[in-house]
Design a protein around this ligand. Structure first.
Ligand code: ACM
Length: 681
């Protein structure tokens, strides 16, 4: 077993090196790629005398940010700086890096986030209008760090960088599964590292109400199972995010997705209570009653409190997925609609949102809502967040709305980084005027947490969201998928350095699944499977709920099965040029490992009840790898396969497509291609 693992590792290294060092470009791994980079000769060598000088009057954020950067720098290089960090600013003549900033940035849309970074053999210079730009520049500076046999150095270069979109966000749903403060903080650190600047917190849902409310305390007392953030914690979080240049947008979803509100305040609902916190996943009917004046009195006091607590000028009010059923079933609501000439539920929701908008005008907030809030009569002052329909983006900008795009960035659906990366914020076929283009403020990746816990949330967000962050920051012509994956590998371990747990928790979960037995065979297996995509887990699984286990194989598997991806590239490259026999050798070495893996893994499966659901999938991996090996042998010896073998092999491959343990094998398509090739020898 050990020997085959060695073969695998060597094969992977050969492949990755050939991708990484294909050209003469420096081996820098920016993510996101800056808008303008020129490489120059003359590297800046890092040594103990490295000293940074801060110039300007914007050091409240920048001083601690620089300190954090220097900690990361010495952590990576082992260098003992003699300048005592920056507690005592070095004399200008001693400084080897200068950071000049004109002013402190405002955390608001369209603030200047640009920076310039110049590296020569003598000096590093970072210049920015705002400290926000300078902090982005410091992340780029760290990404420039490289090493050779002589030590650590920064590649000589000139960089000028500016984001493509001003709103670059990540939504975290803290309702389906509550996320403790440290989860949010480490994800804020990850966001800052990839130049995201908006954390959208989804704070109320059928399954939980997650913020202390002083005006109506039964909201958090009865709606949260005791899992909520106090005002003090929210303020701490806002300060933490602010220090890293990140805005926090609160979302309290109304009028639907609101069961948890009604546990303490059933009088707000369209149907009589009592209500209990929803424990299952789905779209539910409980909805706020929009016809009662006391609803608006309540919402006014509630939003007043929350508008004071959350300091951003934007406030998200949800507005999605109102089934309208509880409105239909309430005769008083029907009477109200008739009396007020409200023809249907869409118009009633519009009426409700109009009233809510007026409340927010009083508290000087701009409101954001999911695409359902876009109605004929709604004010175009509301920002529309797209999530479902292709046509909404175009419709919204044509009508004059500002838009945030989340369609295509639903990371809970477990699509690969490639899938999201190839989805541009502005679809290529959409012809927009300059004004309309400017109405697209940016985009957000959305981490809904039905199947996500504090333990595996990082592996659902990272490293994929680094690729998405590049889509939001970099020019749309930065779109080489393989290069993205090369850089994502580097970014991934850099994110772990910041405290994110996407890889280390995955490994812990494997150890737990095997009860601390050898995980090598399970790891080989998990590197070729992915969890079911889209909403198949809802459709094909048990009735998952708040208290279900989310520590199974499917929860440790990721959306980017690495070995399967590399294998697929190898097969595609060989098919593109069949003179490259070395590629076929590497293909064969992967197949050999997979063919033998089940014999090892079955020993662990026998002793691990939680692994039994993947037994037949593991067996199928061995069968399809055997087919692939036979195909490779025929291709190598120019032998044409007989029709019977091809038919049986394709049938076996077809059967292996069935999900088991809510996972699917990701190597079937490339093996099918090898089988097909045996027919055209
Ligand atoms: C949503 O995913 N219901 C906005």
């Amino acid at each position: 077993m050990k020997k085959t693992i060695l073969v695998f590792t060597v094969a992977a290294v050969i492949l990755f090196q050939s991708i990484a060092y294909a050209g003469n470009e420096p081996r820098i791994s920016f993510m996101p790629v800056p808008s303008h980079v020129e490489y120059t000769s003359g590297n800046f060598r890092l040594d103990e005398s490295f000293a940074v000088e801060l110039i300007g009057n914007a050091n409240v954020r920048l001083f601690p940010a620089l300190t954090r950067i220097l900690h990361r720098l010495v952590g990576r290089t082992g260098i003992f700086l003699t300048n005592d960090f920056i507690t005592h600013n070095p004399k200008p003549e001693n400084a080897t890096m200068t950071i000049s900033v004109a002013r402190a940035g405002l955390l608001s849309v369209n603030e200047d986030e640009s920076y310039s970074l110049t590296v020569t053999s003598q000096r590093i210079t970072l210049t920015a209008e705002t400290d926000l730009g300078a902090m982005h520049g410091l992340e780029t500076f760290l990404q420039l760090l490289d090493n050779d046999s002589n030590g650590y150095f920064f590649q000589g270069c000139f960089i000028r960088d500016v984001p493509r979109f001003p709103w670059r966000g990540l939504l975290i749903d803290v309702c389906r599964h509550f996320m403790p403060m440290e989860v949010l903080k480490r994800n804020i650190d990850g966001m800052a590292a990839v130049k995201l600047n908006v954390l959208h917190l989804h704070l109320s849902e059928d399954q939980g109400f997650r913020v202390e409310c002083k005006t109506f305390p039964k909201l958090h007392e009865l709606g949260s199972d005791g899992m909520y953030y106090t005002h003090e914690q929210i303020r701490e979080l806002l300060a933490y995010a602010n220090a890293r240049g990140i805005r926090v947008i609160p979302e309290f979803d109304v009028p639907s997705h609101s069961t948890s509100w009604f546990v303490g305040y059933p009088e707000l609902a369209s149907k009589p209570g009592p209500y209990a916190i929803e424990r299952h996943w789905g779209v539910y009917n409980p909805t706020i009653d929009p016809t009662k004046e006391k609803t608006y009195k309540f919402l006014d006091a509630f939003f007043k409190e929350m508008s004071g607590l959350f300091n951003d000028e934007y406030f998200h009010i949800g507005g999605d997925e109102n089934t309208g059923r509880h409105w239909d079933e309430n005769p008083d609501i029907k009477t109200f609609m008739k009396k007020n000439n409200i023809p249907n539920n869409h118009a009633l929701q519009d009426y409700f949102l109009g009233r809510v908008s007026k409340i927010f005008q009083k508290y000087h907030k701009k409101i954001v809502g999911w695409e359902e809030v876009m109605r004929q009569s709604s004010s175009t002052g509301t920002i529309i967040q797209t999530w479902r329909e292709d046509k909404v983006l175009e419709e919204a900008v044509r009508k004059g709305y500002h838009v945030i795009v989340s369609r295509g960035y639903y990371i809970d659906l477990m699509y690969s980084a490639e899938n999201h990366y190839e989805n541009d914020v502005i679809p290529k076929n959409l012809q927009l005027s300059e004004k309309e283009t400017k109405q697209i403020l940016g985009a957000e990746a959305t981490m809904w947490t039905e199947f996500v816990t504090p333990e595996n949330i990082d592996s659902r967000i990272w490293p994929r969201t680094a690729a998405i962050a590049e889509r939001f920051w970099s020019n749309d012509n930065v779109n080489d998928v393989r290069d993205m994956y090369r850089r994502l590998d580097v970014m991934s371990f850099r994110l772990e350095e910041l405290g994110l747990t996407h890889q280390k928790n995955g490994e812990m979960m494997l150890r737990r699944l095997t009860n601390n037995a050898d995980v090598a065979a399970l790891k080989t297996f998990i590197d070729v499977v992915e969890p079911l995509k889209e909403y198949q887990r809802f459709d094909k699984g048990k009735d998952f709920a708040s208290y279900s286990s989310y520590g199974r194989v499917m929860d440790a598997a990721t959306a980017d099965a690495r070995s399967a991806r590399v294998f697929s590239w190898l097969v595609n490259d060989y098919l593109a040029d069949t003179t490259k026999k070395l590629l076929l050798d590497t293909v064969a070495s992967y197949l050999k490992i997979w063919k033998q893996n089940h014999a090892e893994l079955i020993k662990t499966i026998r002793m691990s009840p939680m692994l039994q659901e993947i037994e037949s999938l593991s067996k199928d991996l061995a069968s399809v790898a055997a087919i692939g090996s036979e195909a490779v042998e025929m291709i190598r010896s120019n032998k044409r396969a007989d029709a019977h073998w091809v038919k049986n092999s394709l049938a076996t491959l077809q059967k292996a497509k069935e999900q088991r343990g809510q996972c699917e094998l990701m190597v079937l398509v490339p093996i099918e291609k090898l089988v097909t090739l045996t027919q055209i020898q």
